[in-house]
Design a protein around this ligand. Structure first.
Ligand code: MTE
Ligand code: MO
Length: 381
């Protein structure tokens, strides 16, 4: 007589990851939001414990499955009309030949909050349906891109630098020479003190301060330096602003997105459920290449008030803010806006653009506050 299995016994056997899984690290729902594309997972805004986002929950945004790269046979080539002698470095050479630098920087996807932009304009967009989780901050350790370029001898006519990936789509996007050779543009080999995780670009990725995430090319294999303007699908078709009121320069379909605008992240689920007890409301504010000057909040129809900013203040990284609140039971709306050191702030409405980029208008965060049971009521009196 065959043994009959109870449902519970079967459930105890851990499910093997599906063979067609396109990313490597686990993406459990208690840490990450699954956008449904298979390659894009957001960080849950209420699951960021410190200033940095731990590697296990840093958002993943990829145009193709995570490639598995063998560092032992990998090399990075630097070539093109903008260098005097093409050079190539293997992993050990990259780790040993150049000064190591560490920078703490925030990376934000240009499509962050696309779903909220859609709600603002009463439509849905085709791109990855991001909530608020396509942003994160890490300590990136590696070598300056400038040091690598100098070893190849940059020509006086060099204009653009295009990092290129070995992923299935050969992802690549050019940077002007000045940004590529900035002090804090790095080829990162480590993230928060660990070798780059596979999903975040192992063995090497670029990290570009204050620019849209797409500038920070993962799984680097080649860097083209050119005396000519360079183009790829990601600065002509994608990551450009398309719509009425926008005009680009051929062959780009619209203005090419570079820096990211000022915006805030509230560290609560959407919608949030709170208890009617004294508490701190927290979040982050980020202004791309600019620095955050102030953060203000408004509850329901109340006045705008100053939130308290918390250190550290790191250029190119978000700042933390918080305020104390003792909510009354019921439905509430929280609005938070940041102002940067250039006087830029968040608009009342975000400009519509066909691909749904750069949502940064002030959001009305829905909060439901629940009554706290008193001991009398608990006892049924
Ligand atoms: N090779 C490669 N690099 C890439 C991408 C990609 O698809 N392929 N996506 C870019 C985009 S759009 C973003 S927002 C960031 C996301 O970096 P992360 O996955 O480490 O968070 O990587 C960028 N670098
Ligand atoms: Mo992105």
């Amino acid at each position: 007589m065959g043994r009959r299995y109870m449902a519970g016994e079967r459930a105890a056997v851990p499910a093997a990851p599906p063979a067609d899984r396109k990313v490597v690290k686990p993406t459990p729902p208690e840490l990450m939001e699954d956008t449904g594309t298979g390659v894009d997972f957001g960080t849950r805004p209420d699951r960021i414990p410190g200033f940095l986002v731990p590697n296990d929950r840093f958002y993943i945004r990829s145009h193709a499955p995570t490639p598995r790269v063998d560092a032992a046979s990998w090399a990075l080539r630097i070539e093109g009309s903008g260098v005097r002698r093409p050079v190539s470095f293997n992993y050990a050479e990259l780790c040993e030949r150049f000064p190591l630098v560490s920078v703490i920087r925030t990376i934000e996807c240009a499509g962050n909050r696309r779903v909220l932009l859609g709600e603002e304009h009463g439509r849905t967009f085709e791109g990855t349906p991001w909530g608020r989780g396509a942003i994160g901050t890490a300590e990136w350790t590696g070598v300056r891109l400038r040091d690598l370029l100098e070893s190849a001898g940059v020509t006086s006519g060099a204009r653009e630098v295009m990092p290129e990936s070995l992923d299935d789509v050969r992802f690549r996007r050019p940077l002007p020479l000045a940004k590529a050779t900035s002090d804090d543009t790095v080829v990162a080999l480590a993230m928060n003190g660990e070798p780059l995780p596979a999903d975040h670009g192992f063995p090497a990725r670029v990290v570009v301060t204050g620019w849209l995430g797409a500038a920070s090319v993962k799984w680097l294999s080649r860097i083209e330096v050119s005396e000519q303007r360079l183009y790829s699908p990601w600065n002509t078709e994608d990551y450009v602003l398309i719509g009425s009121g926008f005009s680009g320069e051929e062959p780009a379909r619209g203005p090419v997105i570079t820096t990211v605008p000022v915006a805030v992240l509230v560290e609560l689920p959407w919608p949030a459920r709170l208890r009617a007890v004294p508490q701190m409301i927290r979040g982050r504010a980020f202004a791309g290449e600019n620095a955050i000057a102030t953060v203000e909040y408004r509850l329901d129809d109340g006045p705008w008030q100053l939130a308290r900013l918390e250190g550290p203040e790191v250029p190119g990284a978000w700042v933390r803010w918080q305020f104390a609140w003792t909510p009354q039971p019921g439905e509430h709306t929280l609005r938070v806006r940041a102002i940067d050191d250039h006087g830029d702030t968040q608009p009342a409405a975000s400009a519509y653009n066909e691909l749904g980029y750069l949502q940064h208008s002030v959001l009305a965060h829905p909060l439901r506050v629940e009554d706290v049971p008193t001991p009398e009521r608990e006892a049924g009196r």
